[in-house]
Design a protein around this ligand. Structure first.
Ligand SMILES: NC(=O)c1ccc[n+]([C@@H]2O[C@H](COP(=O)([O-])OP(=O)(O)OC[C@H]3O[C@@H](n4cnc5c(N)ncnc54)[C@H](OP(=O)(O)O)[C@@H]3O)[C@@H](O)[C@H]2O)c1
Length: 294
């Protein structure tokens, strides 16, 4: 596990500066270096909300942080870490809560892909579970006291349309996303009246990283109807989060799919969904990239 701390917090000998950071509120976003996470960062910066950005090391986080600071005149710090690392959540939270006030948490980092379960390497399965389930849960748990210390705080967890049905060839991904859905809905109820509002967003396909783009193109026409840009998803999700919507689905086609997956019996819908991903696998071969997300 590699970890780098944005030294701008620590280089400053003047304690006053630290106190100023602690009294201003920040939004912490995981997976903020690109894709939907970056879109969330830009959208929050536009709203003049200070940011703590988290992503894997050496993927452009310092540059993005500088740009956001300059363009939107906000405070922005970053922490580079592999969230699947054993101690990474603890280290991240020690840094974050030791230096900043946090009233928005966006659990966005996630990974997945399509592949036959039997052919998947154990590391691949472990990574999906560690990032999508373990990191999201422990980060939320560890930051909750900090979030509760503010008058009003928000948690937004990023699930997927894949959470509304079991899926062949995406078995672990869709199972991890249904975990996020159930975890978030339960926590929403549990935290009512505490000042911490909890919401879950279920994006459909978005052309984010190069692998996802390639795979969306192999999934056929069906998936293209639900296609939205990460910028649109970030903007609308935040709009709905701040309006206290606890379950967020965006776009008419995704609403239609949600309704279909809720109402059509599994023995009918599962083979149809399976066909889509079989088609994708036939076109690409079995994927071994752990960083693919749709
Ligand atoms: N794209 C879609 O079509 C789609 C559809 C439904 C749901 N989603 C969900 O939306 C979220 C964002 O997806 P995306 O398409 O924007 O992904 P993306 O473009 O691949 O970006 C993923 C982000 O997560 C970070 N990340 C990945 N593994 C990490 C780890 N182990 N530790 C720390 N950070 C890590 C990446 O950091 P680096 O830049 O350093 O690699 C990057 O910032 C995910 O939860 C995904 O499941 C996506």
């Amino acid at each position: 596990m590699t970890r780098k701390i944005n030294t701008s917090v620590y280089d400053d000998d003047d304690n006053k500066n630290k106190i100023t950071e602690a009294v201003s509120s920040f939004a912490l976003i995981t997976g903020a270096s690109k894709g939907l996470g970056k879109a969330f960062a830009i959208e929050l910066a536009k709203k003049k909300i200070n940011l703590l950005l988290v992503a894997l090391p050496d993927d452009g986080l310092p540059g993005l942080c500088e740009n956001l600071k300059e363009s939107y005149k906000i405070k922005c710090h970053y922490f580079e870490t592999d969230l699947t690392g054993k101690n990474s959540i603890e280290e991240l939270c020690n840094w974050a809560t030791g230096n900043f006030g946090i009233n928005i948490l966006i659990n966005n980092a996630g990974m997945g892909g399509s592949m036959e379960f039997e052919l998947a390497e154990a590391k691949y399965l472990d990574n999906i579970i560690s990032l999508n389930i373990r990191a999201l849960t422990l980060l939320t748990h560890r930051l909750l006291p900090e979030l509760k210390s503010h008058k009003q705080s928000y948690i937004l967890n990023v699930s997927s349309m894949a959470s509304f049905s079991p899926m062949a060839y995406k078995t672990i991904y869709s199972a991890s996303k249904v975990y996020i859905q159930y975890f978030t809905r339960g926590l929403f109820e549990e935290l009512k009246g505490t000042g911490v509002f909890v919401s879950v967003v279920h994006p459909g396909p978005m052309k984010t990283n190069i692998h996802v783009r390639e795979r969306i193109s192999k999934q056929g026409m069906f998936c293209k109807f639900g296609l939205l840009t990460p910028e649109y998803v970030a903007e609308k999700s935040l709009e709905k989060l701040f309006r206290y919507n606890s379950l967020i689905i965006l776009g008419w086609f995704n609403h239609l799919c949600w309704l279909a997956m809720k109402t059509v019996p599994l023995w009918i819908s599962l083979p149809v969904i399976t066909k889509i991903f079989k088609k994708e696998l036939a076109a690409t071969g079995t994927s071994k990239d752990c960083r693919e997300v749709v």
